[in-house]
Design a protein around this ligand. Structure first.
Ligand SMILES: Cc1cc2nc3c(=O)[nH]c(=O)nc-3n(C[C@H](O)[C@H](O)[C@H](O)COP(=O)(O)OP(=O)(O)OC[C@H]3O[C@@H](n4cnc5c(N)ncnc54)[C@H](O)[C@@H]3O)c2cc1C
Length: 369
């Protein structure tokens, strides 16, 4: 049924890799994470080449909910408990800084008006207030919210973006800054200093693998650290009776939605209803998830017809922390953002570029588990 984000977004064509090339850095995987690295590396003067197995943003980066949320996947009060206050603060601040950069780089694809965490029941409201209190204690912006979209908190620094528009813009800016892009060129072998595709190869001192949902397949040496997981969404025709200003997440983040400027509603979630079935690397939407999401739309008051239903694969870790590590000399892996990689993926990919150039990165040190 297609993907909402493809409406009115023209994807540029890029060549396939059919020769042997050399570069300072190869980026494998051109979703939001890889494209951020590509642009940053080219702006920092590296000779950089990006390759994708498909088109740019073919995976989760072009198929997600479009929410830009600060922090890692778990809520800030839980992160404080799991990893300590100082580290939780550092991680949260790094993501806020990255959101500023995301907004500054592609302002017309981003809206930073805030997002709501809304309570599904009174028990969740208690947890939301613990979340709020932890943010306040650490000096991060948060407000109570009790209005037409429900009861909970407004995090004014959060927001939304258009995933495909941003990806296309990042690719164009990267090319202008000197990066080369090849699509339909899957990496079939990655070793120190060399990436091989089926029709070519690239020698490079630095290699960054940014393929989130495909990480375990592309780098089998870390497959046992991550679980590929399917997430699904549906979207509707313009819903003109409703005017939902803010993007929302609720039920501990299991469900999330936003209304686009044209009135369309994009909603995802319900994975907790079918955890076993969704622990898969097959990006096929299913009827059980569609039924759940349609029921959820009814509860919100949406009557517009469903237009699109899609799925994509992400990776999860047991710790809740994403992966950012050098797994062979010069070969870096980033991914496993546990379902919220729009900000963290960009942040970590950029940080790896800095590490390659400067020999260190505070972001990498703070995130590396
Ligand atoms: C339905 C859904 C909703 C989501 N909602 C949100 C949200 O609202 N907010 C949020 O922060 N996160 C959300 N996420 C998670 C987020 O989309 C991902 O974590 C993030 O987009 C990952 O981006 P990436 O660039 O790291 O990887 P991906 O988007 O997975 O990109 C990987 C790219 O690598 C390419 N590739 C794969 N294998 C190879 C290979 N062998 N060689 C070369 N290229 C290869 C793929 O073709 C793809 O283009 C959602 C995910 C899904 C699926």
């Amino acid at each position: 049924m297609g993907i909402l984000w493809d409406i009115n977004v023209e994807r540029p064509d890029f060549p396939q890799l059919t020769t042997n090339l050399e570069a300072d850095l190869v980026v494998v995987g051109l979703g939001g994470s890889g494209l951020t690295a590509l642009l940053h590396a080219s702006q920092r003067g590296l000779n950089v080449i990006g390759i994708d197995a498909d088109r740019i943003a073919a995976g989760a980066a072009g198929r997600n909910g479009g929410l830009l949320l600060a922090g890692i996947a778990d809520f800030h009060h839980n992160v404080r408990k799991d990893f300590g206050v100082d580290r939780a603060k550092a991680l949260y601040q790094h993501t806020l800084d990255e959101m500023d950069r995301i907004e500054a780089t592609t302002p017309d694809a981003v809206s930073r008006i805030g997002a709501l965490r809304i309570a599904d029941d009174s028990e969740e409201l208690v947890d939301i207030y613990s979340h709020r209190d932890a943010l306040i204690a650490d000096g991060f912006p948060v407000e109570n919210y009790d209005a037409e979209q429900g009861i909970g908190i407004l995090i004014p620094t959060d927001g939304t973006f258009h995933p495909a528009k941003r990806a296309v813009q990042l690719a164009k800016f990267s090319q202008t800054a000197g990066a080369q892009i090849f699509t339909h060129s899957p990496a079939i072998k990655i070793e120190s200093g060399l990436v091989t595709t089926d029709q070519g190869s690239i020698k490079a001192k630095h290699i960054l693998v940014a393929v989130d949902g495909n990480l375990g397949k592309v780098l089998p040496e870390i497959a046992d650290q991550i679980q590929p997981t399917r997430l699904q969404m549906i979207s509707t025709a313009p819903e003109l009776k409703l005017n939902m200003k803010y993007a929302v997440y609720t039920r501990q983040g299991w469900d999330y939605w936003q209304q686009l400027p044209d009135g369309r509603i994009a909603i995802g979630g319900g994975r907790d209803l079918a955890l076993k079935q969704e622990a898969t690397d097959i990006a096929e939407p299913t009827q059980i998830m569609r039924d759940y999401l349609e029921r959820k739309l009814e509860v919100i008051g949406v009557t517009a017809a469903v237009e699109h239903h899609w799925a994509a694969i992400v990776s999860y870790t047991n710790s809740g922390l994403p992966i950012v590590k050098q797994i062979q000399p010069g070969v870096w892996a980033v991914g496993a953002y546990c379902g919220t990689g729009n900000v963290v993926g960009a942040l970590l990919s950029r940080a790896v570029v800095d590490h390659c150039i400067d020999g260190c990165s505070q972001v990498v040190s703070d995130f590396a588990s």
